[in-house]
Design a protein. Sequence first.
Length: 639
Amino acid sequence: MNKIGLFLKKDNFLYTKISVWLLLMYFPLFLNLGGTYMLRWDESRYASSSYEMLHGSNPFVVTYFNQPSLDSAKPPLLHWLQALSIGVFGFNEMSARLPSALAGLILCIAIMYFSIKKFKSFSLGAISTLLLLTTPAGFCGWDHCARTADYDSLLTLFSFVAILYFFQYNEQTHKHKYLFLSFVFFTLAVLTKAAAGLFFVPGMFIYVLIKGNFKQLLKDKWLYISLAFFIVVVGFVLLIREYFNPGYLQALNEMEFLGRHTTAKDGHEGDVWVYFTFLKERFSYFFLFIPFSWVLCLSCKDEKIRNFSLFSLISVLSFYIVLSSAQSKLEWYCLPLFPLLAMQAGILIWILLKYITTFLTSKIPFNKTTLFYLSTTLLLFGPYTQSVSDASQRTVPDWFLNFNNVQEYLKEERDVMRGAILVATFQDTQGPYLFYYYKLNEEGFHLKYQLGYNANYKPGDKLIVEDPEIWHPIEQNYNTTLLDEFRHLRVYKIINKKVTGVNVPAKINFTSKRTVNMMAANGKYLSVSEKKDSQVLANKKTTETKDMFTILGFENDQCAFSPSPNKYMAAEFDKQGLLTANRLNIGPWETFTKIKLENNYLAFKALNGKYLSLDERTGKLFAKADAVGKNEKFKLIER
């Protein structure tokens, strides 16, 4: 056993350890990277834009449907890297996600390099990176992470390296290269995700003041050289896009700077604890190590550990405050905090394992180094194997399955798809349709693309239709053969047009009709928002005539809700089952199953098999509950 310990201590064994460590990094990051379908939102859209950039003529303008896009105003760095990957490996899921996975690997290498150089410890780097990659559904999770074609992995890499170089500069202010490199990586972060690349800057300002280096920083000419570099590079990229795509700078401000800070975009809102809850869930029981690590390390005798812990505390708190002060809130916005928190937890685990192994080996005849690595393995084996298992077969929450139909089906590349018309649904969910339209046509499927229902189909046309609002009029107006089916996705072959058909669904006969007010579990009445999206909200303490609903009853306890003439409520299948009241016809997604409960309460089940449920925080209603609880109960009050 002593011979093994001596072997582990040899300097030349560092290369063997690094080789094993790199192999461990591979599986959570790269295993089955292209084996799962593209997610409905974001990554499929970004990848489609990168494909268009590769085949377009202007690398500075991000397009969507080959038209300049202003509703996604982020700078083009991710798209450049994705276009390069697609050009090398072809257009597929793996090539679109590869830049994000490589960013995750380089981030881990940066953590390891910093641990070896600053703390003289390979084991600290190994523990920290393993903590980072094994956060449950976190850094290597299923959405906006190192395994998806989103901006966030790249942003996390550049932001983390930028602040590390700034920390190094404060430790050795005579090394101007650290300051310049910090600005270089902040530049790359901004070119990745605009304002989000600067969220650590307030913390850097606070830290330099606490360290007493502020005056020296202002006197350093490299501050102004670095700042000039940042302004010139970022300014050039943004201005040249404005030149080719007028209105871009205004859209950038509205989408990424002041607009997102002052307005909750697309209903993405929450309280100050949104990110805390997310981080606590993702780090699991290791989350408890983080506050204890700061308490212990800030009073530590080791100056290097003490300084880094102070730096990480200020950086995390300032970043969190910046995020929480914005009105728009999405969980993955806090992904850049993951490496800092993983390192801080890793430091405490590293210190504790060193202390425990030193104590035990003083009592029993066992090599300390060997015992240290065995203890580390026992601690992280479970989370690591789970992370590898998750990578080998992506799992998503049950409520998300209803949004996977078209991409999950098209990824299988069935022969029945050849020569078909891909009938796409609403404009805000074009990403998966467009991605697989491009991909399958690259592979010779000869698909045609169509947005929404068309009343002029010809005999022999094959239609791939996901949206029930589209296949309902198809079945009403055409004689068809059902060639294939997957959940609520259908593949039709048109035989001919019905002689008596019409271009809208036929009138549905109802068996009962009542006009009522509806009360949700929060004791408030339902009303329809006057905004364009016509969301149904449980937000009225008293009722008005305009807040009344007409309930149309059908056979088998089916019903539909109409808040105004010719408008019907629907659970939006592409928006997590969000309840809106803007449909013109009654179809499957406008029909609900009524379930009678005790004390005159009712529950309602939508087409996706989920119950209507109240979001207590926002007052919005969603069809996403698996069972009936407090928030799934409603009362109808006759007037």
